[in-house]
Write a protein that binds this ligand. Structure first.
Ligand SMILES: [Zn+2]
Length: 754
């Protein structure tokens, strides 16, 4: 699965007169001048290898049949990928875990009042789309890890189903207690919707794809266009991974090996609390059209030709879902290239291979480039390239149900990964457009550097330059100056939603999540129409961005694997930490101001005066203004970190010319410290109420799902009004940053005394 990227608006349509690629640059960070020269030569050779015909044929093969967890073609694909790795001469194997994977047995949705309607719950085959008719192999439309349930109740429309939507409902005097809610997809990860609904007393949850979000409002619908048609349904997991943990719900924290101790189904913490079912807008429309009660607030209304009422009722629905709660195998395909000098330092690269159905876009548009990278690296090995570090290529299974294959692998190999893993690079599909960078900020400078060396297939400038200019075009006025002056583009922090989660959040392995996209609208996500026909008509149809992705990630893997000193940088990181600290202080003061203002309006009688007696609303409650928190420890730690980062940067620059003569012993010690730098940002006790999440700087939000919460203990403490907890979390984050600074200082000392 993957976040839903908003389509970009490209305002700048000029081309540079000359290429941005020079060959006489300064040596690469972490490389001596001589090894930098040789590295650039190998990388240039590599980038000539990925081939668009191969990418197309690999996609055709991998997406030819439905290949969800436990299906015959999922296993077949894993074996085919394994055979490719071996054919290229790589040391590869399949690693299998046994996980809980529910599939639907009964799905009923009917409106019983005020009129009768039985939902179709079916995506029809389309004559023009040759794989859409593989009915016997397709998973029906459903949300995995919904509990079984049989409920009948009035319906309430809850917008996107987020906490703030329920605050609005309260103001409208509408309760969802004992009701079934219907929420729109998007604006949060889908599993947040049933979670919040259950917290407010709802007994069932429907999630529908609103045409305004990925249907006819945005572009022509499939098969004439790329968007979701009236029968299209978004499948997807509703496992509550953000509050508990991703991966197999029966073996949290340990690999789901045959002899692993398993929880009983009743004790699994990450299942939904109420039954959930996803539906098309074709099935949603009659239900919504029959609703009465208050009109939905303006911004809640979609583009169906109906008045959007909130309810409750008179629409009354019967929802029944039952699942086969089976244990199924997931087959991760792992290939290893041993390092020639530092085999104990690992660079890991992954993309999943399982899909909800045929999954040409998600995930095969990322799996095919991964294969081209592996083929390319294998070719270079035959030509004499000897990577310094060990490289591991992984095609994960079971990502869609909730990161099953990668999480189980991470948990099973936790000890050795903690010792050896330097960086994990993830992709999850690929489209046409801008280079999108997200990840650990100690890698911000590194990935900016790679992006400067990759050519954009459409604009013939570097993908960095295109991303930079597009960022300027879209920036708010106050951000443009920084964009023009700062050397590196800021990269986004990582939330979740794909396979980096176990690496980064559980073990503290510096991670990147990369991809191209943003130029094409798409409305086939997790439907039977995400297939080869759709991809080759509406996305990267000539696979040039697939090639660019293989070039980008392959270059990244090589550059990380070959550097004498791992190319982490802490100056951008320290800068980001400062920014997060300021953001949190602003979050608190905005919240104080908002509550102070609302309390004053309550005293002034504003709510009473503005009430429309014919459309009564409920005034909000008086609320205590949040207390001040002590951000001093965080600010001080950020200062310390900045000084350490600058010292390290200087020490490394001064050593660069002689890096080639540095004793291996010293390099080994230095790199071990660098590898540890991301681990220092974790805490063994984990985040409050979710100990599986150990990173103190990045985590998926309990109420946003895939969306990141930076310094999550502090941020969610403020958002959820646990102020004492936020204060304590500030101290914990500050301590981790002080420890980080001490580690960086010890790395600097190693470079300085040589
Ligand atoms: Zn995916």
């Amino acid at each position: 699965m993957r976040r839903f990227a908003a389509v970009l608006v490209i305002l700048s349509l000029f081309l540079p007169s000359s290429s941005a690629f020079a060959t006489d640059e300064a040596p690469l960070a972490g490389y001596s001048p001589r090894s930098s020269q040789s590295e650039r030569e190998w990388e240039t050779k590599f980038r000539a290898i990925p081939d668009t015909d191969n990418l197309r044929e690999d996609m055709r093969r991998l997406s030819a049949r439905p290949h969800h967890v436990g299906s015959a073609y999922d296993k077949d694909n894993a074996e085919w990928i394994l055979a490719r790795f071996k054919e290229w001469g790589l040391d590869a194997h399949i690693e299998t875990f046994n996980v809980l994977f529910p599939t639907p047995k009964v799905r009923v949705l009917e409106m019983i009042e005020p009129t009768k309607y039985t939902a179709k719950l079916e995506e029809p085959a389309l004559a023009v789309d040759p794989t859409s008719n593989q009915k016997s192999e397709q998973l029906p439309t459903y949300n995995a890890y919904s509990i079984d349930g049989d409920v009948t109740a009035p319906l309430v429309f809850v917008n996107y189903g987020l906490p703030e939507d329920y605050e609005k409902l309260e103001r409208l005097g509408v309760s969802v207690k004992g009701a079934i809610v219907i929420a729109k997809y998007y604006h949060s990860w889908r599993g947040v919707k049933p979670k919040v609904a259950a917290e407010h007393g709802a007994i069932g949850c429907l999630i529908y794809s609103e045409p305004q979000d990925d249907g006819y409002t945005r572009d022509v619908v499939f098969p004439q266009g790329p968007m979701r048609n009236s029968d299209g349904v978004q499948r997807g997991s509703v496992m509550d991974f953000a509050s508990a943990s991703p991966g197999d719900p029966l073996t949290p924290g340990v690999g789901a090996t045959p002899d692993a101790k398993r929880l009983s189904l009743q004790d699994a913490k990450s299942l939904s609390k109420i039954p959930v079912l996803p539906i098309s807008y074709g099935d949603a429309q009659p239900l919504l059209a029959a609703l009465k009660g208050p009109m939905a607030p303006n911004e809640w209304r979609g583009s169906l030709p109906i008045p959007y009422h909130v309810g409750p009722g008179p629409t009354k629905v019967h929802l029944k879902v039952e699942f086969n709660w089976d244990i199924k195998p997931v087959n991760d395909v792992i290939a290893k290239i041993p390092g020639s000098v530092a085999p104990d330092e690992w660079i890991i690269r992954g993309n999943h291979h399982d899909a909800w159905v045929n999954g040409a876009e998600d995930p095969v548009s990322g799996t095919s480039p991964l294969l081209e990278e592996a083929r390319g690296l294998a070719l270079l090995l035959k030509q004499g390239w000897k990577p310094r570090r060990t490289i591991i290529y992984a095609a994960w299974d079971g990502e869609e149900p909730m990161l099953l294959g990668s999480t189980e692998w991470v948990e099973a190999h936790a000890e050795e990964l903690r010792q050896h893993a330097a960086v994990y690079i993830n992709t999850d599909g690929n489209d046409r457009g801008l280079f999108e960078m997200a990840g650990s900020h100690s890698l911000e400078q590194f990935i900016n550097g790679v992006a400067r060396d990759i050519e954009d297939p459409e604009m013939k400038m570097s993908v960095w330059q295109r991303a930079h200019l597009s960022a300027i075009a879209q920036a708010k006025a106050e951000d443009r100056k920084e964009l023009r002056q700062r050397a590196d583009l800021r990269i986004d922090a990582l939330g979740s939603g794909t396979d980096f989660t176990g690496f980064l959040d559980h073990l503290g392995i510096a991670s990147l999540n990369l991809g191209y996209g943003g130029e094409d609208e798409q409305g086939i996500y997790h439907s039977i129409y995400d297939d080869f026909y759709w991809y080759t008509h509406f996305s990267d149809t000539d696979f040039v961005y697939g090639r660019a992705l293989a070039q980008t990630i392959g270059t990244s893997v090589m550059r990380l694997a070959d550097a004498e000193v791992l190319p982490y940088d802490f100056t951008d990181f320290a800068d980001t930490v400062h920014k997060y600290s300021k953001d949190l202080q602003k979050l608190l003061s905005d919240k104080q101001e908002e509550i102070r203002e609302r309390n004053q309006e309550l005293e002034e009688g504003v709510f009473k005066a503005t009430l429309d007696p014919r459309r009564p609303t409920v005034a909000p409650q008086h609320e205590e203004v949040p207390p001040h928190l002590n951000f001093a420890p965080l600010e001080n730690a950020a200062e310390t970190l900045t000084r350490s980062a600058e010292r390290y940067q200087k020490a490394l620059a001064q050593r660069q010319a002689e890096l080639g003569e540095t004793p291996e012993e010293t390099l080994r010690t230095l790199n071990a410290k660098l590898i540890e730098s991301e681990r220092r940002l974790t805490n063994e006790d984990g985040l409050p109420r979710r100990p599986w999440y150990k990173h103190l700087l990045y985590a998926p939000g309990v109420y946003s799902g895939y969306g990141v919460k930076t310094m999550p203990g502090v941020r969610e403490g403020i958002e959820q009004k646990r102020y004492a907890e936020a204060d304590a979390e500030i101290v914990r984050v500050a301590k981790a940053l002080e420890n980080e600074a001490a580690l960086i200082d010890s790395a600097s000392a190693l470079l300085e005394k040589q």
